[in-house]
Design a protein around this ligand. Structure first.
Ligand SMILES: NC(=O)C1=CN([C@@H]2O[C@H](COP(=O)(O)OP(=O)(O)OC[C@H]3O[C@@H](n4cnc5c(N)ncnc54)[C@H](O)[C@@H]3O)[C@@H](O)[C@H]2O)C=CC1
Ligand SMILES: O=C([O-])CC(=O)C(=O)O
Length: 337
């Protein structure tokens, strides 16, 4: 059946009128359900939500039962991504925000802010080549966080993570809202890669393997601690060399395979969700939530360093020491990091 254009306009007006009311009442209904079930729903914003990482990340967060409200912010295409995801019959309510004037609305009231906004590498570039553009983007977005949700946990993905995290810290210090426990650089992809490559060498299921990866998120600063792999395993010098190089260069492997079409997006979205879910479980008060992250640290002389951290109600509540390193790891740690 065809509607007249007048009828179409009437339907559009009715929808515009009803949708916000339906949305608000559905949020309240879901919040009520969660309160009855004793499970809190968290409000999560993704900044850069229409990008290569942002879109699959938004989809996976829409599927996360700990999320009650999902705000998707970008400078392009966020309305389309939002409309698309809003049809998924999962619990989280999705709202879209487009461009700088809507940044504050996107951030107000958020518990967790995930930031994959920024440009990715092309073949031949290092992550540091992204600094000039991404530093400015991260600065603006973190100013918004400081103003609108100063108590939110921030998961920073934009590269170079080794530099964007210190920049975010300076923005928060300037605004008087800095809490080192709440600012976390996301290095989970290094751990995800390490688990996968180590499992291949050991002939195990990657889900059974856990490799701590410490240091930073760039080339030789990425240090997988193969001596601390779980389950306990030993490696020949050749295997150690192969695994360390492959884990350190995992990002470049994807950049080269994509041949100019960007860097890791799908595995990164998976890793970001793994990390965000751990942050939400920590916020909920679950015990023993431990992940590697790039945080303010006193473990070495460097002001920021990736190690295992325990995630709790206030963010990274405990930063773990490196633990015993073998000779190879000590050499890389002393010469490269
Ligand atoms: N921490 C990690 O392990 C990893 C980090 N990355 C980094 O993540 C970043 C994003 O990568 P992709 O999603 O592949 O890039 P992309 O170019 O596909 O998406 C980036 C998105 O950010 C948006 N954006 C740009 N300026 C913005 C602003 N001021 N406010 C809000 N949104 C803005 C763009 O419109 C775009 O939708 C890159 O810097 C990349 O190097 C990528 C993989 C792993
Ligand atoms: O290599 C890149 O540019 C993206 C990234 O950080 C990664 O995949 O680890």
């Amino acid at each position: 059946m065809e509607f007249s254009s007048e009828a179409n306009q009437r339907i559009a007006r009715l929808a515009a009128h009803l949708q916000p009311q339906m949305e608000e009442s559905s949020i309240l209904r879901r919040a009520d359900c969660r309160a009855k079930g004793g499970s809190p729903g968290f409000k999560v914003a993704i900044l850069g939500a229409a990008g290569g990482i942002g879109q699959p990340l938004a989809m996976l967060m829409k599927m996360n039962p700990l999320v009650s409200v999902l705000h998707l912010y970008d400078v392009v295409n966020s309305p389309g991504v939002t409309a698309d995801l809003s049809h998924m019959d999962t619990g989280a309510v999705v709202r879209g925000f487009l461009g700088q004037p809507q940044l504050e609305s996107a951030l107000t009231g958020m518990d967790l802010v995930i930031i994959p906004a920024g440009v990715p590498r092309k073949p031949g570039m290092t992550r540091d080549d992204l600094f000039n553009i991404n530093a400015g983007i991260v600065k603006t977005l973190c100013e918004g966080v400081a103003k609108c949700c100063p108590n939110a946990i921030v998961n920073l993905i934009s590269n170079p993570v080794n530099s964007t995290v210190p920049i975010a810290a300076e923005v928060f210090k300037k605004a008087g809202t800095y809490d080192p426990k709440r600012l976390l650089g996301v290095t989970t992809l290094d751990v995800v890669r390490a688990n996968t490559f180590v499992a291949e060498v050991l002939g195990l299921d990657p889900r059974e393997v856990n490799v701590p990866v410490v240091g930073g998120h760039s080339g030789v600063t990425i240090l997988p601690l193969l001596s601390q792999v779980k389950p306990p395993s030993s490696f020949t010098p050749e295997e150690t060399e192969y695994l360390t190089n492959r884990i350190q260069n995992g990002g470049t492997e994807v950049v080269e395979a994509k041949a100019g079409a960007g860097s890791a997006t799908l595995s990164m979205a998976y890793a970001a969700v793994k990390f965000a879910d751990a942050c939400l479980r920590g916020l909920r008060g679950d015990a023993g939530v431990v992940e590697c992250a790039f945080v303010a640290s006193e473990v070495t002389e460097l002001p920021f360093f990736a190690t295992k951290v325990r995630l709790g109600r206030t963010g990274a509540e405990e930063v773990y020491q490196l633990g015993p390193l073998n000779e190879y790891e000590r050499y890389i740690f002393l010469s490269e990091i």
